[in-house]
Design a protein around this ligand. Structure first.
Ligand code: GRF
Length: 203
């Protein structure tokens, strides 16, 4: 796979994908890192890895459709055939999502379908959950929705702050995203409705 990674910030998940792609025989290559924020630290990570970057600010566009089509054009121009969202903080239009149907993954820091949206760690603590986690899923038009490829559960400790929990979940994210990308890139994943089969087996 030739992958475009879309980011908005720190890019620690991007780094986990960069590191995975640098290992021998990894079946995917990152051909573009695109950020909607020019000062995203993830762009520096990409430059350090010798990966082409683009910064396209959503603020320069009159509406979501025109921003999304500029993003789509940049992805195509880079030669990518697959998209990974990694902390990309813009909602994508149904038109864009449709163009990348079954060709776009996202990572979310909860055990979906619980705690979609922002502040998932704070809300999991508040709800008294003993476990939360992270999810890598194919992207559908609704936010944080779509067939799940990989999940990992992470315990919530009694005295956890949202930051403590975020750090623990992030470690799991950095394992799950490269694993999910590998499974998809190796052609081992089939999608049946909301279910993903790995090697023909429901995971
Ligand atoms: C991660 O927690 C990811 O799950 C969420 O946004 C955060 C991005 O962090 N979608 P980073 O930029 O990858 O460090």
């Amino acid at each position: 796979l030739k992958v475009a990674v879309l980011i908005s910030g720190r890019g620690s998940n991007l780094q986990s994908l960069i590191d995975a792609c640098a290992t021998p025989d990894f079946p995917a290559e990152i051909v573009l890192v695109l950020s909607n924020k020019a000062d995203a630290y993830g762009l520096t990570r990409a430059e350090q890895a010798g990966i082409p970057t683009r910064a396209i600010s959503h603020k320069g566009f009159p509406d979501r459709d025109s921003f999304d089509s500029a993003v789509h054009d940049a992805i195509i121009a880079a030669g990518a055939n697959f998209v990974c969202l990694a902390g990309f903080m813009r909602l994508l239009t149904p038109g864009f999502v449709g163009k990348w149907h079954d060709r776009m993954l996202n990572i979310h820091p909860s055990l979906l379908p619980a705690f979609k949206g922002l502040h998932s760690h704070e809300r999991a603590i508040e709800a008294g959950c003993r476990f939360t986690g992270c999810t890598v899923h194919f992207v559908r038009a609704e936010m944080d929705d779509g067939p799940i490829v990989v999940q990992a559960a992470v315990p919530i400790h009694q005295d956890d702050t949202p930051d403590d929990l975020s750090a623990r979940v992030l470690e799991a994210e950095h394992r799950c995203y490269p694993l999910a990308l590998r499974l998809v890139a190796e052609g081992r994943v089939t999608i049946e409705g909301m279910r993903v089969l790995v090697d023909g087996i429901a995971s």
